[in-house]
Design a protein around this ligand. Structure first.
Ligand SMILES: [Zn+2]
Length: 227
């Protein structure tokens, strides 16, 4: 199998379900264990996240606080993978923030790919990416220069007992990041790391490339919703 982020050949098995990537340091689920889209959706439907659940609001606080601190209501935001209970965007909308929701299953609004954003938030989504390279490219292409990508996903480190870890044991999780994987992404996509903790990551899109091939690619972004 080929690593779905860096494209290198995966050789080392971490366990029966996962490979360890030597290049980007990700932990990649063996594709034979991927769920179908219908199976995946059925599991998400059981989550029933309630936007008024205080515990869930607190859990997502690193993202909402960061947006409120760094952005104004008129900045354009995208809640990518907003799920069954879009708590972050709901809380921000209550404060008059201009943020739209996208979810391939629960808010499949293709128009979001026609805009560019000052910030994109993505909470507990990145570990579900079957094609992280394509999806991260798409998200980066939707960001304005100096735009921020705010990610919540649990990073693996060697202190964690992998076999017992709920992130490993969630059947919808297919791609697990280490700190080094985030650094790999930042370097490859020319993103600057603003925050990198074990569960909250902020990356800033830097520079401006006059080369047209580096301009945002809408068709590529669209592919992601038709998977
Ligand atoms: Zn890799």
């Amino acid at each position: 199998m080929i690593c779905t982020l860096c494209g290198s050949t995966l050789i080392n098995k971490k366990d029966e379900y996962y490979y360890d990537c030597d290049i980007c340091k990700a932990i990649v689920k063996d594709e034979k264990y991927y769920l179908t889209a219908d199976e995946e959706k059925a599991i998400y439907e059981t989550h029933n996240n309630d936007v008024n659940d205080i515990r869930y609001q607190n859990f997502t606080m690193p993202i909402t606080n960061y947006v409120i601190e760094k952005f104004l209501p008129e900045h354009k935001g995208l809640d990518f993978g907003s799920g069954t209970g879009p708590v972050i965007s709901s809380m921000l909308m209550e404060k008059d923030y201009d943020i739209v929701q996208y979810d391939p299953f629960f808010a499949p609004n293709q128009n979001i790919f026609n805009n560019m954003y000052d910030y994109i938030v993505s909470c507990e989504v990145f570990e579900h990416f079957h094609n992280p390279k394509i999806e991260i490219d798409s998200l980066t292409s939707l960001l304005k220069v100096n735009g921020m990508l705010l990610i919540m996903t649990m990073l693996y480190n060697d202190q964690i007992d992998f076999n017992k870890w709920n992130y490993r044991n969630d059947s919808t999780h297919v791609f697990i990041y280490r700190k080094e994987t985030i650094e790999y992404i930042a370097k490859e996509k020319k993103l600057e790391i603003d925050i990198l903790t074990d569960r909250f990551i902020v990356l800033r899109k830097t520079g401006y490339n006059k080369d047209k091939s580096a301009m945002p690619s809408i068709p590529q972004a669209r592919r992601l919703c038709n998977r």
